[in-house]
Design a protein around this ligand. Structure first.
Ligand code: ADP
Ligand code: MG
Length: 246
């Protein structure tokens, strides 16, 4: 797909958890190669929104189209979208009983039916890319949080995603480990990956994002390029939020 084509198109998206209206008419287009940062107060619906993009949550109204496939209850469509979308969570979500290498080769072998040797070669290629090939035979609890998050990124990359979603990938990390994960994310951004990142790492947003959106109580309140967003926030709610985190 050419750079700049529409990769994710979200139109008038509404979601409720029971009676609670969590997403209230979200409209958002993400283009191929774009780096979008989503920020906003806790509880504003950021995680719910990006979880809807790979159908970890279902929506009740509006549409989500990912690389031309509209998400519905059809499991074939959901599978197709999930094959293209990698997701990083706050808490790494590695399989604790498997080595780093086995965490990386599991999906290529079982979902893509890749031969073992090829899957291992691929795993090492991406472990090298995230600069931890020496940890291949460790278990998740034997390595640091920053290393676990880099393993989680390598695991996504083994599935060759077109889009990566990040849900506060550094917020569970000790401060000294944040940079090693952000460096890998910056490297990914430079490679042209389409990225949607929920993060409060404003340094990352300033240097990497093409666009920043600010969410509050289930709505997109403001959206702009990083320079305008940080230097000249338009809405009171954005100004208040930025004054609290910067
Ligand atoms: P954020 O990521 O911006 O902090 P979330 O998307 O996690 O916000 O949550 C938005 C709101 O939806 C919060 O009020 C949260 O308590 C609520 N919520 C999230 N997940 C669920 C759920 N599974 N059931 C009910 N309420 C939920
Ligand atoms: Mg969240």
């Amino acid at each position: 797909m050419p750079k700049g084509d529409e990769m994710i198109v979200i139109s008038n998206l509404h979601k409720w958890f029971g009676d609670f209206h969590v997403l209230k008419g979200i409209n958002l287009t993400v283009r191929n190669g774009e780096r979008l940062v989503i920020c906003g107060p806790s509880g504003s619906g950021k995680s719910t929104l990006i979880r809807c993009i790979n159908r970890l949550e279902t929506h009740q109204k509006g549409t989500i189209v990912v690389d031309g496939v509209e998400l519905t209850n059809d499991v074939k469509r959901i599978d197709r979208v999930r094959q293209e979308v990698g997701m990083l969570f706050q808490n790494f979500n590695l399989f604790p009983h498997m080595t780093v290498l086995d965490n990386l080769t599991l999906s290529p072998i079982w979902i893509k039916k890749m031969p073992l040797k090829e899957a291992r070669d691929l795993a090492f290629k991406y472990l090298e890319r995230v600069k931890i090939p020496d940890l291949a035979h460790k278990y998740p609890n034997q390595i640091s949080g920053g290393q676990q998050q880099r393993v989680a990124i390598a695991r996504c990359l083994c599935m060759n995603p077109k889009i990566m979603l990040f849900d506060e990938p550094t917020s569970a990390l000790d401060p000294e480990m944040i940079k090693e994960v952000l460096d890998v994310m910056i490297d990914l951004a430079e490679s042209g990956m389409t990225m949607v990142c929920v993060t409060h790492e404003m340094g990352f947003a300033r240097t990497v994002a093409d666009r920043v959106i600010f969410m509050d109580v289930g709505e997109i309140v403001e959206e702009n390029d990083p320079e305008s967003f940080f230097n000249h926030p338009q809405c009171d709610r954005t100004q208040l939020f930025l004054s609290q985190i910067l």
